[in-house]
Design a protein around this ligand. Structure first.
Ligand code: GLN
Length: 448
């Protein structure tokens, strides 16, 4: 009830949530269910959680922030949602997002933008805007987002919370609406790494429903997080990330956080990720290609919206449904991706991007010979005012420069609060080798 009071007081202004009435009655009934308390004591028993509205929660509408899913009701639970439900968590709402998780600011939802609780004239970051704001504004201690190229890390840094993008495959994608399948991961969001670890432990584990699912090695399975000793931990600072373009005030906050890591016993070493300059191009070629393929399923036949034009047959119905149902950023990506994958350009764009992805991944492998984890900015600046980048898609894409490389390489990474400048939060990103998710959370926990 306290969560719903908080939502009632704040969400008229922040607009983080989409569905809340139906979930409210479900949640109150579930919270009152004595059987919840009778079972095993799990770390999330009775815990209110918020779900990004591209995750399936059986029986509830799922919009993906798009008109094209008008009327669609989820027929099953996503695996991560099912595991949280089985452990006694209490979902309380579905959260707003950039349409189909495409965006960096939270401004591209068909249901209007979400606002940043630290300054409501600014964006919260995206695409998991509503999930992150739900934690930042105290609606719930845990939310789930998704991270394809930075969608939990960027808003976490803009809103002063902690968010994990796990190693690709560690959390099941079954029931997460596909945007770019080779990059999509579910990402938990909480105040601290310690809280994230509790949720992560409940959700991880191989899922036969997701063919890319992998298990964490035994040593990485968690009990409660150890208070890691950072003595001797080599933290690599990729010099390409601490370069031109990084706002000096953000740099100063990061320097402070890095000094704190040193005080805790870590050693800072400079490393190089030379193909960083190709990362945005590579990401947006691969992402749009996969988007064009994945979103072809929204055709007015199978899911949600169907618009029947007064004349014409099936092709006209499909065209009209997609035209009216999808927003301009989604259309832009479908067009770009279709172009990249077309016969004449496949080698020049898609195939080349795949090769660049291999080079970017190789850079990380080389860096992890010299460092145990990497630390970097999450974004070149702090939360920006509404409208600052919506007219210029390229400027919006560049906000992801520091988050897409680790996504392309499939590596675990997180964003956590590093400090403030000008009254706005600044996050720091930690990146680890594949399957080091728990060690990464422990390093963050030691800092926090
Ligand atoms: N901002 C990036 C994009 O628009 C990342 C989105 C995401 O991670 N879902 O593609």
């Amino acid at each position: 009830r306290a969560a719903f009071d908080r939502i009632r007081d704040l969400d008229g202004n922040l607009r983080a949530l989409l569905a809340k009435d139906e979930p409210r009655s479900l949640a109150l009934a579930r919270a009152a269910d004595a059987r919840l308390g009778a079972g095993e004591r799990t770390p999330v028993l009775g815990l209110p959680i918020v779900l990004k509205d591209n995750l399936h929660w059986s029986g509830l509408p799922m919009t993906c922030g798009s008109r094209v899913l008008d009327g669609y009701v989820a027929p099953y639970d996503a695996t991560v949602v099912r595991r949280l439900l089985e452990a006694g968590a209490v979902p309380i709402a579905k959260a707003n997002l950039d349409e189909f998780a495409m965006g960096s600011s939270g401004e591209y939802s068909a249901f209007g933008p979400t606002r940043n609780p630290w300054d409501p004239s600014r964006v919260p970051g995206g695409s998991s805007s509503g999930s992150v704001v739900s934690v930042a504004a105290g609606y719930a201690p845990l939310a789930l987002g998704s991270d394809t190229g930075g969608s939990v890390r960027l808003p976490a840094s803009f809103c002063n919370v902690t968010a994990l993008r796990p190693t690709y495959g560690v959390l099941s994608r079954y029931g997460l609406t596909a945007m770019a399948s080779s990059l999509d991961q579910v990402g938990p969001i909480a105040a601290t790494a310690e809280d994230l670890a509790l949720a992560f432990q409940v959700m991880a584990g191989v899922d036969p429903q997701d063919s890319t699912s992998v298990d964490l090695p035994e040593a990485e399975r968690l009990a409660p997080l150890r208070a890691a000793d950072l003595k001797g931990l080599r933290i690599g600072l990729p010099k390409e990330y601490f370069a031109e373009g990084l706002e000096p005030a953000v740099r100063a906050v990061l320097d402070g956080a890095l000094r704190e890591f040193e005080r805790l016993g870590a050693r800072l070493v400079e490393v190089s990720l030379p193909h960083t300059r190709c990362a945005i191009d590579t990401y947006y070629l691969l992402c749009t290609s996969e988007v064009s393929s994945n979103l072809s399923r929204f055709d007015g036949v199978r899911f949600g919206l169907r618009v029947r034009p007064s004349e014409g047959g099936l092709p006209e119905m499909i065209a009209e449904t997609r035209d009216q149902g999808l927003g301009s950023e989604v259309k832009r990506r479908i067009l770009l991706g279709t172009f990249c994958l077309s016969k004449g350009y496949y080698d020049a764009f898609y195939l080349k991007a795949l090769k660049a992805r291999t080079l970017i991944t190789g850079d990380f492998h080389a860096a992890f010979a010299e460092a145990d984890i990497l630390a970097s900015p999450v974004s070149p600046g702090t939360a920006f005012p509404f409208g600052a980048k919506t007219e210029d898609p390229l400027a919006m894409y560049l906000a992801d420069a520091f988050t897409v490389p680790a996504s392309l390489a499939g590596l675990p990474c997180l964003s956590m609060p590093a400090g403030f400048t000008g009254g706005l939060p600044v996050g720091i990103q930690l990146i680890g080798p594949a399957l080091s998710d728990v060690r990464l959370l422990e390093a963050a926990h030691a800092f926090q």
